[in-house]
Design a protein around this ligand. Structure first.
Ligand code: DX5
Ligand code: ZN
Length: 216
């Protein structure tokens, strides 16, 4: 599978969201990564439904919605209605993860589970066959622009091994501190979706930054 690029809109200029979504539309990006933070599961608050709907109005690429929120079951339908193509919930936020995953699928969205840096990949063993995607966090969630955690390579290899045994079509997404320097190594470890916030939006030439990640 060729790897996909999902620029994270969290690093966009919120006063020029339409412009930045159109930049993604006209780039080699595959998805638009949309980070939802509630100030509870993570220390930061990002944005909610009106902003997701506004992004959706202009987006020509699927919205990859990453929920960093407690009790995400309450809002799955609202995010599906707002235009999510995939919905990622955190392992650490879902005591009834199997039920949550089925609910995402019933809404017609791709179902994905994220694991924080301290959460071991093995904990996904009994759910991996039900998933469309696993998101391996390569920073502690909550903020863009953080330093990539090197142990992530090992976790991606572990996720890849689990996927080969139980779910060969699985997307393995990596999120946090991804840039043109670590992209190739992440892909050889087994990642096939790269999220990138600051490395795209702080570049002088954003479409070229996306193209470089796509070529990695
Ligand atoms: C972090 C978010 C990431 C963030 C990535 O909590 O989940 O998606 O936007 O930003 P960078 O690429 O700048 O680390
Ligand atoms: Zn994210």
């Amino acid at each position: 599978m060729n790897h996909l690029i999902a620029p994270s809109i969290l690093a966009a200029d919120f006063a020029n969201l339409q412009r930045d979504v159109e930049m993604i539309n006209n780039s080699k990006a595959d998805w638009i990564h949309v980070d939802i933070m509630d100030g509870m599961f993570v220390p930061n608050i990002s944005f909610g439904f009106p902003v997701v709907k506004a992004i959706k109005t202009h987006a020509q690429k699927p919205l990859d919605v990453h929920l960093m929120i407690v009790d995400p079951d309450r809002y799955l339908k609202a995010f599906a209605d707002a235009g999510a193509a995939s919905i990622t919930v955190h392992y650490e936020a879902c005591p009834h993860l199997h039920r949550t995953v089925q609910a995402i699928k019933e809404l017609g969205c791709r179902a994905s589970v994220a694991i924080n840096p301290h959460t071991t990949v093995d904990l996904l063993k009994d759910i991996i066959a039900d998933l469309d995607m696993v998101l391996v966090m390569s920073v502690n969630p909550g903020f863009g622009g953080q330093k990539f955690i090197e142990h992530t390579y090992t976790k991606i290899k572990e996720a890849k091994a689990l996927a080969e045994a139980a779910n060969p079509e699985l997307y393995i997404e990596v999120d946090g501190g991804v840039d043109a320097y670590n992209a190739a190594k992440l892909i050889s470890a087994g990642a096939n979706v790269l999220v990138a916030g600051n490395s795209v939006f702080s570049a002088a030439d954003q479409p070229t930054a996306i193209a470089q990640l796509k070529q990695a």
